[in-house]
Design a protein around this ligand. Structure first.
Ligand SMILES: Nc1ncnc2c1ncn2[C@@H]1O[C@H](COP(=O)(O)OP(=O)(O)OP(=O)(O)O)[C@@H](O)[C@H]1O
Length: 257
């Protein structure tokens, strides 16, 4: 569903991604991990065609940079890490913007568009906030609203940049479970950046470890979430233990222990 080959991106005259290649099969989940500044958000932005780049990014068989915005929006939904939100717009009005690619020019949203939006808001525990202005929400509520807008888009490819950073434990689990259920029910292809490596290992089929703009490792979680790789690329003291299902769990340990 997604095929990235020889991707290179320069920002401010500096190379930020170099020769990155990755393939994501339809219906699978790729988690992009790596230290701050490694290029994770840049990779997602390149996948949606927002950045000039070298190499190719194919989504659904087509080059993203050649797609018309409406065509692209029906194929790829993207929830950025820190979007600027219009403070006076209500939650419901913002979430229904995800339906824009389906609304004919000069027409209004249909009953179906409103129903999709209502259902997504309900699944994200946001019904009670529907009429609240975005400027009157907590950080975690705002993050769920950004995700809601991406989900109302009902695109087969979902790119989520750090979807859980501002969420409490329960909402982290709720959001990731919801994304996984949609992935399985509707064969969505999911790409997320995630700083929580244990969560990345629990939900993703494949991990891509970016380090200083290049792909340092990729593969199933147990091959990427290893002590040597994490120590080298994150410069951290960690212990990796399997959970009850054999998936790697990462613990930070005090240096010297
Ligand atoms: N517009 C820009 N101009 C110049 N450099 C930029 C620009 N945007 C990002 N960068 C740089 O590109 C590098 C990669 O940024 P990116 O946001 O992709 O990292 P990241 O892996 O998502 O980091 P984090 O974990 O901190 O979110 C960083 O060094 C960043 O400073």
């Amino acid at each position: 569903m997604i095929e990235v080959r020889g991707l290179g991106v320069s920002l401010g005259g500096r190379p930020v991604l170099r020769e990155v290649g990755v393939t994501v099969a339809a219906g699978s989940w790729l988690a992009v991990i790596g230290p701050n500044g490694a290029g994770k958000s840049t990779l997602l932005k390149a996948m949606i065609g927002l950045l000039p780049h070298e190499g190719s990014v194919l989504v659904g068989g087509g080059e993203v940079r050649r797609m018309k915005p409406r065509e692209r929006a029906r194929l790829i939904a993207y929830a950025p890490q820190n979007p600027v939100l219009p403070a006076d717009m209500t939650v419901a009005d913002y979430a229904i913007l995800g339906r824009t690619p389906y609304i004919p020019y000069l027409a209004r949203e249909s009953a179906h568009d409103r129903e999709v939006t209502r259902s997504v808001l309900s699944r994200l525990d946001l019904t009670e906030f529907s009429e609240r202005p975005l400027g009157h929400l907590s950080g975690g509520e705002r993050q769920r609203v950004v995700l809601a807008r991406a989900l109302t888009q009902q695109a087969p490819v979902l790119l989520l940049d750090e979807p859980t950073t501002a969420l409490d434990l329960g909402h982290q689990q709720q959001v990731l479970e919801l994304v996984d259920r949609l992935r399985l029910d509707d064969t969505l292809t999911v790409v997320t950046t995630l700083h929580d490596l244990s969560l990345a290992g629990q939900y993703a089929d494949t991990l891509l470890l970016l380090s200083q703009g290049h792909a340092a490792a990729s593969g199933p979680p147990q091959n990427v979430l290893t002590k040597p790789l994490l120590t080298r690329h994150f410069d951290a003291h960690v212990q990796v233990t399997p959970d009850d299902y054999g998936r790697p769990v990462i613990h930070l340990i005090r240096p010297g222990e």
